[in-house]
Design a protein around this ligand. Structure first.
Ligand SMILES: Nc1ncnc2c1ncn2[C@@H]1O[C@H](COP(=O)(O)OP(=O)(O)OP(=O)(O)O)[C@@H](O)[C@H]1O
Ligand SMILES: [Mg+2]
Length: 223
């Protein structure tokens, strides 16, 4: 496998069985994420975006197919090794990610650190352009809240940030700012980013665009 690829998805299928219904949440997904790339997966509600993020982040196993991370086939690793990959390689950002309400911004960012490093937390908050270090979550705007979540997602110097509809509850201008911050981090820190969205303005800001519908990628030559 090419070493410049952080993640390769190989013919991924995710099938849920709800008793009566069989749902193909993902079908025949092939996808390569290069180191330092900025990737957007764009699709409507119910198209499989969150399922894809969970499978990429090893939070859920695919029904069929392989997820390769840095040249290792995650399906062949014991759960303990997968947990180490989840902790060390992957940062997650979700719509409405939670912060601990009783902790200020710095404390929220230090929380997932193996060794508490407030100086690093401050640096990460600066990188996402958040400077009110002592603010409690309840005192933050939705935009600031997501910025703190993003700083926290970067704590362990992960290889890749997986962001599932990170601007889902932000206004248009706030969404744009958050995505621009992610682009900036991609450029300056070589951070690999995957974003899912159903907001048509986000792909306009740049990045490699892939469209998903009914659990499958839509390739232009198939339209
Ligand atoms: N745990 C589950 N059990 C059964 N069906 C599921 C499960 N998770 C997702 N699905 C189904 O898989 C399909 C894709 O869902 P998914 O949440 O991945 O889409 P999405 O693109 O993230 O949608 P949204 O934009 O609403 O967040 C949907 O039909 C959904 O109902
Ligand atoms: Mg979703």
């Amino acid at each position: 496998m090419d070493n410049d690829n952080i993640m390769v998805l190989e013919d991924i299928w995710k099938i849920y069985n709800n008793g009566e219904h069989v749902i193909h949440s993902l079908a025949n997904i092939d996808y390569t994420i290069e180191e330092g790339s900025f990737n957007i997966i764009y699709g409507p509600s119910g198209s499989g975006k969150s399922t894809l993020i969970r499978v990429m982040g090893l939070l859920e196993l695919p029904t069929m197919g392989n997820v390769w991370i840095k040249g290792k086939n995650s399906a062949e690793l014991p759960q303990k090794k997968r947990n180490i990959i989840i902790r060390e390689e992957i940062g997650f950002l979700f719509q409405g990610s939670n912060l601990i309400h009783t902790l200020n911004a710095i404390e929220n960012v230090t929380l997932p650190m193996i060794h508490t490093d407030k100086e690093l937390a401050r640096k990460l908050l600066e990188k996402v352009d958040f400077h009110d270090y002592m603010k409690l979550p309840n005192e933050m705007s939705t935009e600031d809240w997501q910025k703190v979540c993003l700083a926290r997602a970067m704590v362990n110097n992960h290889s890749i940030i997986l962001a599932d509809e990170p601007t889902g509850d932000l206004h248009t201008s706030e969404s744009e700012k958050l995505i621009k911050t992610l682009h900036e981090l991609n450029r300056t820190e070589n951070l690999t980013v995957v974003i899912t969205t159903n907001n048509e303005n986000i792909p306009k800001l740049g990045g490699k665009l892939t469209k998903i519908a009914d659990g499958t990628f839509i390739h232009l030559n198939k339209l």
